[in-house]
Design a protein around this ligand. Structure first.
Ligand code: NDP
Ligand code: OXD
Length: 314
C-alpha cells in the first residue's frame, strides 16, 4: 500500500519527507513526479489538487485534507466517493483562537486609532467600553468557533454563535439556521466568520448582511473579522461598507482570490488589517502526526474521526 501526497503548495516535498521520517515503514509518494503505479495508492493526503486528479486511483480508500477546510476537495465533481478526513488538531485550533482574539482585542482597544495618534505624536486619551459592553458574534460555531468563543467569553465579552444546529456552550448564546440569522446579526458588534465555503455560505458576507449589524453598539459601529474562507465574502461589498461607514473596520485573513492581487484596493485601506491566509498556520509536525495517527488507527480497524459530511460539504 502507498500514501500519495498531492499538495499544490510550495513545500510539498518537505511535508512528504517529514512523513517518511516519522513512518519509515510506509511507502510515501509525491505527486506529480513520483506517483508510480496508480493501483498502489490507498491513501491520499491532499491540498488543493487539480480537478479530476484524485479520480485516477482505483484502489483509493481515504482522502486526508491537509487542512481543516475541505472546499478545495469538495469543489471537484470527480472527487472519489471515499471518506474525506479533515484536520482537527489542537495546534491549529489554538493558533486560530490566537488570531481571532488578537483581532477582536485590536478593534475593541482601538489600536488603529492609537496608531494614527502615535504617528501624529498626539497624546489623546479615548474612551474605552468594557468587554462586557461588547457583543461578539461568531458565524460558524464549530470546532474553531467554539474554542475562540470560550476564550472571548472568559475575557468578558458577550459571545453568541451561529451554526446550522443548536449548540450548548455555557455562557454563550446559540443561534441556529437561517431563521435565527437576523436576530444573531442584530446583537453583534464584532462579527467573526469561521464558516466553511459551501454552496450555502457562498458570498454570504455581503452588503445586505452588513446592513443588519447594529450601528448603535458600544463600539459605535460594527467590525468584521473573516478567517474562514474568502469565497464566503464579497470583497467589493466589504470595501463599500468600510467606505460608507456600514462597517467601522475589518480584519481579513482570506479573500475571494488568493493570493490577493497586488492591485487590489483592499491592501491600502486604512480600516483594514490584512494577513495572507495565515490565521492558523500550523506546525507541519502536528498535522503530519494527526494524519499518521488516523492512518495507523484505520489500518487496525478503528473508525476514522472528523470525516466530512459529503452532503453538507464540510
Ligand atoms: P467545523 O465544521 O467544526 O465548523 C463549521 C461551522 O460552520 C459549524 O458550526 C457549522 O454548523 C457551521 N456552518 C456551516 N455551514 C453553515 C450554514 N450554511 N449555516 C449555518 N452554519 C453553518 O469547522 P472548523 O471550525 O474546524 O473550521 C471552520 C473553517 O475555518 C474551515 O472550514 C476552513 O474553511 C476555515 N479555516 C481557515 C483557516 C485559516 O488559516 N484562515 C485555518 C483553518 C480553517 P454545525 O456545527 O451546526 O454543523
Ligand atoms: C485550513 C486552512 O483549512 O489553513 O486548514 O485554511
Amino acid at each position: 500500500m502507498a500514501v500519495l501526497f498531492v499538495l499544490n503548495r510550495y513545500n510539498a516535498s518537505d511535508w512528504a519527507d517529514m512523513m517518511r521520517e516519522r513512518a519509515p515503514d510506509l511507502d510515501i509518494r509525491l505527486w506529480p513526479d513520483d506517483v508510480g503505479n496508480p493501483e498502489d495508492i490507498r491513501f491520499i493526503v491532499a491540498w488543493n489538487p487539480p480537478e479530476g486528479e484524485l479520480a485516477k486511483f482505483p484502489n483509493l480508500e481515504v482522502i486526508f485534507s491537509m487542512g481543516a477546510g475541505v472546499d478545495h476537495l469538495m469543489k471537484d465533481p470527480a472527487l472519489p466517493k471515499v471518506p474525506v478526513v479533515r484536520v482537527v488538531a489542537g495546534d491549529l485550533t489554538k493558533r486560530m483562537t490566537e488570531y481571532v482574539v488578537m483581532n477582536v482585542l485590536l478593534h475593541h482597544r482601538r489600536v488603529a486609532l492609537y496608531d494614527s495618534q502615535q504617528k501624529a505624536r498626539a497624546w489623546t486619551e479615548r474612551s474605552q467600553p468594557a468587554a462586557n459592553e461588547v457583543r461578539v458574534g461568531i458565524m460558524g460555531f464549530g470546532v474553531l468557533g467554539q474554542d475562540c468563543g470560550i476564550l472571548l467569553r472568559d475575557l468578558g465579552f458577550h459571545v453568541a454563535g451561529w451554526s446550522n444546529g443548536r449548540k450548548h456552550v455555557e455562557g454563550i448564546e446559540s443561534f441556529a439556521g437561517g431563521a435565527e440569522l437576523d436576530a444573531f446579526l442584530g446583537r453583534t458588534d464584532i462579527l467573526v466568520s469561521l464558516l466553511p465555503h459551501t454552496p450555502d455560505t457562498d458570498r454570504m458576507l455581503n452588503a445586505s448582511l452588513f446592513a443588519k449589524l447594529p450601528q448603535d453598539g458600544a463600539l459605535e459601529g460594527p467590525f468584521l473579522i473573516n478567517a474562514g474562507r474568502g469565497k464566503v465574502q464579497c470583497d467589493a461589498d466589504i470595501l463599500a461598507a468600510l467606505n460608507d461607514g456600514t462597517l467601522k473596520g475589518a480584519s481579513l485573513d482570506v479573500f475571494e482570490e488568493e493570493p490577493l492581487p497586488a492591485d487590489s484596493p483592499l491592501w491600502a485601506h486604512p480600516q483594514l488589517v490584512l494577513t495572507p491566509h495565515v490565521a492558523a498556520e500550523s506546525s507541519p509536525v502536528a498535522i503530519n502526526d494527526y494524519i499518521l495517527d488516523q492512518l495507523r488507527g484505520y489500518e487496525l480497524g478503528e473508525p476514522l474521526s472528523n470525516v466530512v459530511n459529503a452532503e453538507r460539504g464540510y
